[in-house]
Design a binder for this molecule. Structure first.
Ligand code: SF4
Ligand code: MG
Length: 320
């Protein structure tokens, strides 16, 4: 789970002129064992920063990440935490050492955790085989000798070598061709069932997220706009931003195209986010209070929360 995570990136300046990018601002959520939480939002909304905070590649300015109740980095040393929580990124090339063979890349994790070299090589061969790559053919190869889809399979095998419970996937299939993407997605779903894995699945593709997620979290300018069960979020979104994202989503079924105004313009600069509700500068339903008051996270259904004043009956009246 993530509790009140805050990450601001300094841009320089001093005192009053000190400028920061408020990449992630007070983000709290839980992921239940065995579930897939989809995370969506436009680029720059803080999805990737949240991913890096979750796996502790970045330290939060404040707030904490817990695994089974233990705070990562204090109550649970990072080395142990990383055995439980692994990640796979979009850029399969950058995440692999160009001078390490695929077998060695996968075997590296277990050896760090005290597994013998021979045993780690055996684990690596089994995992290559499991992700659909013949170990004797692909094991000795180097990253540049593989396709993007093959490299992503190796990255998945490398994460699995730690025997993690949780894998954070940041746009893990986004760079792949559609047919390869479907194959890797199927592999991920099979592995999840086999190993009872928990996924945090970050993607800009709302169709894919709907397909794989049990719950979905929508982020806007570093904040959680809405979070809830997938079917309910897509059928009855309770935040105007979620509605706009869904309206902008390419639909294969023309009957499902809505008349809702799609999102216009780019998100505002996270260096100086809008006051009140951060979405008010682009929201078709904004009213007086929206620019003045930050909406609280309101319960709108079972496990379903939205940060929009319109879900507060009193505010709704004022808006009317
Ligand atoms: Fe739109 Fe206001 Fe709701 Fe924000 S609080 S999403 S501006 S209606
Ligand atoms: Mg990103």
């Amino acid at each position: 789970s993530a509790h009140n995570l805050v990450k601001h990136f300094p841009l320089g300046g001093w005192g009053k002129n000190r400028r920061v990018v408020r990449a992630v601002d007070d983000v709290t959520f839980e992921v239940a064992p065995g579930e897939t939480l989809g995370v969506v939002g436009e680029s720059g909304c803080g999805k990737s920063t949240t991913a890096r905070l979750l796996v502790q590649l970045l330290g939060a300015d404040s707030g904490e990440v817990r695994f089974q109740g233990h705070v990562a980095g204090t109550e649970m040393p990072l080395k142990e935490f990383r055995r439980h929580v692994q990640m796979v990124f979009q850029d399969s090339y950058a995440s692999l050492n160009p001078r390490m063979s695929m077998l060695d890349a996968i075997a590296f994790g277990p050896t760090v955790h005290g597994v013998s070299e021979a045993e780690a090589q055996r684990i690596a061969r089994d995992l290559l085989d499991r992700v659909g790559l013949d170990p004797s053919r692909f094991g000795p190869r180097y990253p540049h000798e593989l396709s993007g889809g093959q490299r992503q399979r190796v990255n998945i095998a490398r994460a699995l070598a730690f025997q993690p419970e949780v894998i954070v996937l940041d746009e893990a299939v986004s760079a792949l061709d559609k047919s390869v993407e479907a194959q890797v997605l199927n592999l991920l779903m099979d592995l999840k069932r086999e190993r009872n894995l928990t996924y945090v699945f970050i993607s800009h593709d709302l169709n894919v997220v709907r397909h794989v997620s049990d719950r979905v979290m929508v982020m806007y300018l570093g904040e959680v706009a809405e979070i809830g069960p997938t079917a309910e979020m897509y059928a009855d979104p309770r935040h105007p931003y979620t509605r706009a994202l869904l309206a902008a989503m390419p639909s294969l079924d023309p009957d499902r195209r809505t008349t809702e105004a799609p999102l216009s313009g780019d998100p505002p600069n996270p260096i100086d986010p809008p006051s009140g509700c951060r979405f008010h500068t682009r929201c078709a339903e904004a009213f007086g209070a929206c620019s003045a008051q930050r909406p609280s996270n309101l319960r709108v259904g079972a496990g379903h929360y939205a940060s929009c004043h319109l879900n507060d009956p009193k505010m709704r009246e004022a808006a009317a």
